[in-house]
Design a protein around this ligand. Structure first.
Ligand code: PGA
Length: 274
């Protein structure tokens, strides 16, 4: 029998997505030490950091600890490939990540979904769904990123978001929801890497919408159990207000997660929200 991924009631989750930062091992180690130190003082916040793959080994706890233990910083990956193993140059599989003791994997980040940018091909919802399933199957938690690119006056972005969530969870079974292998990160693309985050009031509206889409797919009670995070220009100044006003279960943080003092302050501020 597969075990349920343990999660404390009312616990908030802060996931730091380092993206392709920092440049050196020395700097990566410095951030890791700072996050681990800050995490020791937390009471109700789970911290996950997702470094670039070459730095993952430095972030892992020396002795694998239970992910719910106080002060433990879990480690996640920023992406994964859905095949298990074989001739897929440059790819890493969910089984390999799970074997490294990783607990979380981000799938469908907007920087991977967008077309024609850099060296990687745009990821479709079909591919994202396969990745999410592979992550859950391997016993980890899939952090599914969703979000509209633009907000129009007629509310079409809501249809877009509903369709994106449904398509990105195609084949992701209810069993995985019950085993708590899904976290949804709502990230309006226009608020990522921007100057300002979305307002807490709007975030609250969107959290309710995301939960409703999940409830239609998996049932009310199950949907209630899926943590919904917000991401997009979160920093140590706005984090607590977003948690409080947006009524989200946590945050997905980009730039501020590689700013060691800023991230330490951010997780502390989040932890103080009752
Ligand atoms: P940001 O990135 O916090 O730098 O806006 C968020 C994200 O891409 O997850």
């Amino acid at each position: 029998m597969t075990k349920k991924f343990s999660r404390k009631i009312g616990q908030k989750i802060v996931i730091g997505n380092w993206k392709m930062n920092p440049l050196t091992v020395a700097e990566a180690k410095r951030i890791i030490v700072s996050v681990k130190k800050a995490a020791k003082k937390l009471n109700r916040t789970k911290v996950v950091i997702c470094p670039p793959s070459p730095f993952i080994g430095y972030a892992l706890p020396r002795v694998p600890e239970k992910s719910t233990a106080k002060g433990v910083v879990s480690v996640g990956a920023q992406d994964v490939f859905y095949e298990e193993q074989g001739a897929f140059t440059g790819e890493v599989s969910a089984r390999q990540l799970a074997d490294m003791d990783l607990g979380y994997v981000i799938v469908g980040h907007s920087e991977r979904r967008r077309a024609g940018e850099g060296a990687f091909a745009a990821e479709t919802d079909v591919v994202v769904a396969k990745k999410a399933i592979a992550v859950a199957q391997a016993g980890m938690v899939a952090v599914l990123c969703v979000g509209e690119t633009v907000r129009d006056a007629h509310g079409e972005y809501l249809d877009f978001l509903r369709n994106q969530i449904r398509a990105s969870l195609q084949g992701f079974s209810k069993k995985y929801i019950e085993e708590r292998r899904l976290v949804v990160a709502y990230e309006p693309v226009w608020a990522i890497g921007a100057k300002e985050a979305m307002t807490p009031t709007l975030i609250h509206e969107m959290t309710i919408f995301v939960k409703k889409v999940l409830a239609d797919l998996y049932g009310q009670e199950e949907a209630f159990d899926v943590p919904v995070l917000y991401g997009g220009s979160v920093n140590f100044r706005n984090a607590a207000d977003i948690i409080r006003g947006g009524e989200v279960n946590g945050l997905l943080v980009g730039r501020e997660s590689v700013n060691a003092p800023g991230f330490a302050e951010l997780i502390r501020a989040v932890d103080e929200v009752k």
